[in-house]
Ligand binder design. Structure first.
Ligand code: HSE
Length: 300
């Protein structure tokens, strides 16, 4: 009566699709082990890899929170022991809280006889995001749960759709070691935008979706432009525009902030290009005395 589940990191927004587009990557990700216990209690027995930063209090932790919501939904008072292995940085913009919530929900669903489909678990996973950053956005949890590239067409009613994408695209994710909590990075965004910017942005979102669906990488590249969020959030990320220039000069299809930052990502056609960009960005940050870690992986 024990189960182990892995859930992946994700790149939310995919540049122009604020809160509506995201894709899962092969690594990194989080791992969770759940065991039934006889106590009727949800107990966090172990957290590793968080440098002691995550709350072990089951009322405050994202993982125990979504497990509690799940058990309430099926009217169960089953006790659960939780072990969480964080294998990715916290507050990084790589969908760390989403990976934990999704791993927890897939695991508890399996353990309790699989009453729900993955789509049905999505609203619960979004509640994990609410605890983590104050807002139940779905563009990390949906791809972490469903895999690949996902469009959140609507929140009310919730409508998350898996989209086709060209296989084998490589992704570089670089995490500069500065802290940018998602809640803070959401507060600085303007509530009102001009119609001119809106037209540009929805043109790009449509172009990006069309490019992914048809495999037109040139269209994907032209559409990876964000005229609304990036200009505001870029100031939270040291050397953002230098990193962007470096990635685009070295053959990236596109470059942008990963989720709410501080991580950035580049999308590349070839793994070698991704590796070179990863190396060069790390070198640039190193010269500026900013520590970082980088992952070269694929959309998954
Ligand atoms: N869409 C969310 C945001 C993703 O940009 O705030 C957070 O990872």
């Amino acid at each position: 009566d024990s189960i182990k589940v892995f859930a992946p990191a994700t790149v939310a927004n995919v540049v122009c699709g604020y809160d509506v587009l995201g894709f899962a990557i092969q690594e990194p990700g989080d791992e969770i082990i759940l065991k039934k216990n006889d106590s009727n209690q949800i107990v966090i027995t172990k957290i590793e890899g968080d440098n002691g930063k995550l709350p072990k209090d089951p009322n405050k932790n994202v993982v125990s929170h979504v497990i509690r919501l799940f058990l309430e939904k099926i009217n169960s008072n089953q006790g659960i022991d939780i072990e969480l292995y964080k294998k990715m940085p916290l507050n990084s913009g790589m969908g760390s809280s989403a990976a934990s919530s999704v791993a927890a929900l897939v695991a508890i669903n399996e353990l309790m006889g699989k009453p729900y489909t993955k789509q049905e678990l999505l609203p619960l996973a979004m509640e994990g995001e609410r605890i983590a950053c104050g807002n139940a956005h779905a563009d990390n949890v949906a791809p972490a749960l469903l895999g690949g590239l996902v469009l959140v067409r609507s929140y009310e009613p919730l409508d998350a759709i898996k989209l086709p994408y060209p296989k084998d695209l490589s992704v570089v994710s670089v995490h500069p070691h500065v802290d940018v909590p998602t809640g803070e990075a959401r507060k600085i965004i303007k509530e009102r935008i001009s119609l001119k910017s809106a037209v540009q942005q929805w043109g790009n979102v449509a172009g990006l979706v069309a490019g992914f669906c048809t495999g037109d990488l040139d269209l994907v590249s032209r559409s990876m432009e964000d005229v609304i969020i990036e200009p505001v959030r870029a100031m939270l990320i040291p050397n953002f525009y230098e990193m962007k220039q470096l990635a685009l000069d070295n053959g990236a299809i596109g470059f942008g902030i990963s989720g709410s930052g501080p991580s950035v990502f580049a999308l590349c056609e070839k793994k070698e290009t991704a590796e070179e960009i990863s190396f060069k960005i790390k070198e640039l940050l190193n010269q500026k005395n900013i520590e970082s870690e980088a992952f070269v992986t694929k959309i998954n």
